[in-house]
Design a protein around this ligand. Structure first.
Ligand SMILES: NC(=O)c1ccc[n+]([C@@H]2O[C@H](COP(=O)([O-])OP(=O)(O)OC[C@H]3O[C@@H](n4cnc5c(N)ncnc54)[C@H](O)[C@@H]3O)[C@@H](O)[C@H]2O)c1
Length: 379
């Protein structure tokens, strides 16, 4: 029996992405998989049912028929309680689970005895790069953030020499030069702005400079494990705040992307710093979902404080759903290769480092220890 992979239409408000796109279907079918898609699953990201059918997928009218007989369910976001209720024990679910924010839904996956993999838990190792949804979606978010900044900024970004005078280029400051930050730098540079960036990992400096931006340096290197940053000490935080206050005051657009895995995002822009900015300046806080890098951010809305607009966008990748879905689908395709045995059927041995790290629930248990502890603590 071929492995049947199901794709559902996402139900979270504002979610326009889809977990598999028609592009990956022929390769999956060739590899012996059967792909079933709920009608309308790709509509919001501009992949019509007909494109899936042409690619070799079966299009089913509703959720129940799309899920019937599914061995694997692939989704962008963690299944809702209702979606999980339709899953047979032993079904494999692959999605971005954001487990610590969705404990009730994780508990439901556990209770349904499904085998779930959380894509955000993939180890950041070379072999997992092709599956890395955090990187692919952060690329989209960084690009969108730069465009939102340019759109809201009352100035041109490039320098212009015109008959009506010379226009000075806008100044863009990027805080956090990881995947999203580097994309925001590259996009702002292409629009002609003067770009500065800051990160606590010194290794980011070289990447920032290679994009033609200036790297703001502190005498700190907070490179932690796995390419991520560690939390700063109190003294380091003070040094950081002094340097940033000046850079923030001079910027026309500030894009913040700083994160520390498993923790609240570091607070980098305090309200005193915002008070020193020029009227018309714009802040885009990409860390809004994980607590915000900006003290005044209100997640999901835009506010104005003494002429400075502060935007706390949620789910930016969904604002560019065609390519965000395309990249996500390629990530999922690569991940599924680990799950399907060369002889057909699904592997049941999850000793592979990537599968072991991302396994969230199995056989009625929460396997991922921090999530299990959080559930036990009733958080
Ligand atoms: N498979 C892989 O090998 C792989 C995949 C993705 C990323 N990575 C590496 O990990 C790095 C970070 O990845 P990410 O973008 O997902 O990280 P992230 O989203 O966790 O954080 C974004 C950035 O915020 C920075 N940051 C944290 N605290 C800060 C502070 N107080 N001030 C300023 N900046 C702060 C981090 O150093 C990071 O660059 C990448 O640049 C890359 O080098 C490796």
């Amino acid at each position: 029996m071929p492995v049947r992979v199901s794709v559902l239409k996402e139900v979270a408000p504002g979610e326009a992405r889809v977990a598999l796109t028609p592009e990956v279907v022929p390769r999956m079918v060739k590899a012996g998989l059967e792909v079933t898609v709920q009608s309308g699953a790709g509509e919001a990201s501009r992949y019509p049912d007909a494109a899936y059918a042409l690619a070799g997928a079966k299009v089913e009218p509703d959720r129940a028929t799309a899920l019937a007989g599914a061995d694997v369910l692939v989704k962008i976001q963690i299944p809702t309680i209702e979606e999980s209720a339709g899953l047979r024990p032993g079904t494999v679910v692959v999605a971005i689970m954001n487990a610590n924010r969705n404990l009730d839904k994780v508990a439901k996956l556990r209770d349904q005895k499904v085998t779930s993999f959380a894509l955000e838990l993939l180890p950041r190792i070379t072999r997992a790069q092709s599956m890395d949804v955090l990187s692919s979606q952060a690329t989209v978010a960084g690009y969108r953030a730069a465009l939102i900044g340019a759109d809201l900024c009352p100035k041109f970004l490039p320098m212009l020499t015109t008959a009506a005078g010379t226009v000075r280029p806008a100044r863009v400051l990027i805080l956090g030069a990881g995947v999203a930050g580097l994309m925001a730098i590259a996009t702002s540079k292409r629009l002609g702005a003067i770009v500065e960036a800051y990160d606590v990992r010194r290794a980011a400096g070289e990447q920032v400079r290679s994009l033609g931006a200036r790297f703001l340096e502190l005498q700190i290197n907070a490179e932690g494990t796995g390419g991520y940053a560690r939390e700063l000490t109190e003294d380091e935080k003070k040094q950081e705040a002094e340097m940033l206050a000046k850079a923030v005051a001079e910027a026309d657009i500030v894009i913040t992307t700083a994160n520390i895995p498993g923790r609240r995002a570091p607070l980098l822009v305090r309200k005193e710093m915002v008070a020193r900015m020029r009227p018309g300046a714009v802040i885009i806080d990409l860390a809004a979902e994980s607590g915000g890098n900006v003290e005044l951010t209100q997640p999901g809305t835009e506010i104005e404080v003494s002429g400075v607009r502060i935007v706390g966008p949620l789910n930016l990748p969904s604002q560019l759903p065609f390519h965000a879905s395309q990249m996500f689908a390629k990530n999922v395709e690569a991940f599924l290769k680990l799950l399907v045995a060369p002889t057909g059927g699904l592997v049941t041995d999850y000793t592979d480092e990537i599968l072991a790290a991302s396994l969230l629930t199995r056989n009625g248990e929460v396997v991922h220890a921090p999530t299990r502890d959080a559930l036990a603590a009733g958080k």
